[in-house]
Write a protein of this length. Sequence first.
Length: 218
Amino acid sequence: MALGRRSITDPAIDAYAEARTTPPAAHLQRVHDATWRDHAESAGMLSGVIEGRLLETLVWIAQPRLVVELGTYTGYGTLALAAALPPDGHVVTLEVDAERHAMAVGHFEASPLGERIDARLGDALELLDGMGGPFDLVFLDADKPRYTDYYEAVVEKLAPRGLMVVDNTLLGGRVIDPPEGDERAAAVARFNVHVASDPRTVQVLLPGRDGITLIRRA
Ligand SMILES: C[S@@+](CC[C@H](N)C(=O)[O-])C[C@H]1O[C@@H](n2cnc3c(N)ncnc32)[C@H](O)[C@@H]1O
């Protein structure tokens, strides 16, 4: 099984960890395979087995009624988030690219979890503006340059025990000293400082995969 390429971890460690992680359900494996078969050029964006099981486990613990995902891509993360929802829970996923949105909707409809997912097409910031909270769990995985804007749009709508999960917060390690002209790395580095100095929240940046930050209210 191919691993997503977005990882700062030694590939052998990733392979070891993936081999000792519960394999994905058949519908998730199909999304994984179709994404790599038809969109190999962008398939590194797919969250994959380890992160998928992490998202599912966080949902299993938190039992959120409303999950919001920023950045659907082909729907792997969405389906992982939907897997352990409580009976009244659902996932709203936001995607700006019409082709990716359509592809993900196809995957949701072909899965046993389609009815738990509300896939919306549009710019995540604009869509968030029209959404009421409280958000019980948010997976932030859209365009990196606007991570701080997304954080600010979400933080006041977080439920008292809400959780924000933010992907790619190490961006291949480039956040430590962003290379000249690397706007994505510079933006994520600014985001990391912004969050770490925000007295409204408590966070932990996990140095696995490509960096995953878990954020909750203080
Ligand atoms: C890293 S991928 C998401 C991966 C997905 N969450 C998963 O777990 O497999 C990022 C996605 O964010 C989308 N995106 C970029 N800018 C966006 C925006 N302004 N609003 C919504 N989605 C956006 C991209 O088109 C892309 O599909």
